[in-house]
Design a protein around this ligand. Structure first.
Ligand SMILES: *Cc1c(COP(=O)(O)O)cnc(C)c1O
Length: 421
């Protein structure tokens, strides 16, 4: 191939000259141009749920393409968007009655933040502060970087980021500090919203906290009239063992963001679900109270049809059973690392398993990251550590044997790169 003109995401081209070309995907695999295949143990960056190219979703895309492409969504509607909105209200935590479409996880979070501020302005009690959890990630736009952890990823853009209040991550044994801090920052009733990744902080290192903490955060939010935004972009669609992570805390957030697995991970689409109170605050004969947000591709019919097919798969196939089985296999797979001195903090929430490698240096830019990635790729495995954090977040079609192979490789990586303390 002649020299590529493509600038890849999160890629230091000076250090990664050879980028493999994928010519076909199916199930848990990416097939390379040279005929070899790679086991996709991170669901192609957390998007693919059932497996690559699930036939029901691919068929739905073919079918809808015979009658619809993109149409303007301001002042017009279409059946896939209407049916999908009803379906989403049906599967989401109770009380989330309105569905606003956009096209990526980041935009679904931007929409959530704008809804929160719009709500308070429109009811005549403006609030503008956003409360965030330490180590969070909510996207790469300026707004979502502002509500996410500051670090090497956004140091250059820091001057553009807005200020937020941060509550500590509820580490085991220190949960009360998180709750106390949230109580303190929400007491003056200036906080518009708390935004959290429920149960699992993904990009922050697959950090996990228990459902009761989420339930307590919701109580504190309610007491001070602070809205709770659940960013379920990664955790949604079964990743944590339930359809949404909020289900495990038996709470309904005021706003819920979903994207990645919404279409089974096939095609971009996002939705921000909101309560009727938030919709009603924008429902007015006063045009100034309109919710002023749109993306060109809002509610793309092909993407909506793919998402509807995903919902049908959840309805018609034993998805919950698959997830339960995978969750069990992940928990069992981690067992063998409990006494392995090369690793610490093995943890699992539903289908997501993670453990930290004892290496010389930690953090995302730790030299160990790229070395580990190359180590796995040589073995035909797509594992992309977050610094020294190794995690498996596979599509639900992965088999026990495939998982065993991954855990073997992780153990071997520990021998090769670990530095026992
Ligand atoms: C991936 C992710 C996002 C951003 O989604 P994009 O589609 O990449 O914009 C937001 N929040 C969480 C929790 C994510 O994991």
């Amino acid at each position: 191939m002649s020299q590529s003109r493509v600038w890849h995401p999160f890629t230091q081209h000076a250090l990664e000259p050879a980028i493999p070309e994928i010519v076909r995907t199916d199930g848990a695999y990416l097939h390379k141009a040279d005929g070899t295949r790679i086991l996709d143990a991170i669901s192609s960056w957390w998007v693919v749920t059932h497996g690559h190219r699930h036939p029901h979703i691919m068929k739905a895309i073919e079918t809808i393409a015979a009658s619809l492409d993109q149409i303007i969504f301001a002042g017009f509607t279409h059946e896939p968007a209407e049916r999908l909105a009803k379906a989403l209200v049906g599967v989401a935590p109770a009380g989330l009655d309105w569905v606003f479409y956009s096209d990526s996880g980041s935009t679904s979070v931007e929409v959530a933040l704008k809804m929160a501020l719009g709500y308070f302005r429109n009811i005549g009690a403006p609030r503008s502060r956003i409360v965030v959890m330490e180590h969070s990630y909510h996207g790469d736009t300026i707004g979502t970087m502002s509500v996410g952890a500051r670090g090497v990823f956004n140091a250059a853009y820091e001057p553009l980021l807005f200020e937020v209040d941060t509550i500590p991550f509820p580490a085991a044994g220190r949960e009360q500090e998180t709750l106390d801090r949230f109580e303190a920052v929400s007491r003056d009733r200036h906080a518009a919203a708390l935004i959290v990744e429920p149960l699992v902080l993904g990009a922050g290192g697959m950090l996990m906290y228990p459902a009761w903490v989420l339930a307590e955060l919701k109580k504190i939010a309610e007491a001070s009239g602070t809205l709770l935004i659940a960013d379920e972009v990664m955790t949604g669609w079964g990743r944590t063992g339930t359809m949404f992570a909020c289900d495990q805390a038996a709470i309904s957030p005021d706003i819920l963001c979903t994207s990645k697995g919404l279409t089974g991970g096939v095609i971009p689409l996002a939705a921000t679900l909101a309560t009727d109170a938030i919709f009603q605050a924008h429902y007015s004969e006063d045009r100034k109270k309109t919710f002023f947000h749109s993306s060109s591709y809002t509610a793309n019919p092909i993407a909506c049809a793919a998402a509807l097919a995903n919902v049908e798969i959840w309805r018609d196939e034993p998805v919950a059973e698959r997830i339960a089985a995978l969750s069990g296999m992940q928990a069992a797979g981690l067992q063998r690392f409990r006494d392995n001195a090369n690793f610490t903090d093995s943890r699992v929430t539903g289908t997501i398993a993670a453990l930290d490698l004892h290496a010389g240096s930690a953090g995302y830019l730790a030299e160990i990251g790229p070395k580990l990635r190359a180590f796995f790729l040589e073995r035909g495995l797509l594992v992309r550590p977050l610094g020294n954090v190794l995690y498996l977040l596979p599509p639900y079609c992965i088999t026990g044997d495939e998982l065993d192979g991954l855990y073997d490789a992780i153990a071997e990586a520990g021998e090769r790169f670990g530095s026992k303390p």
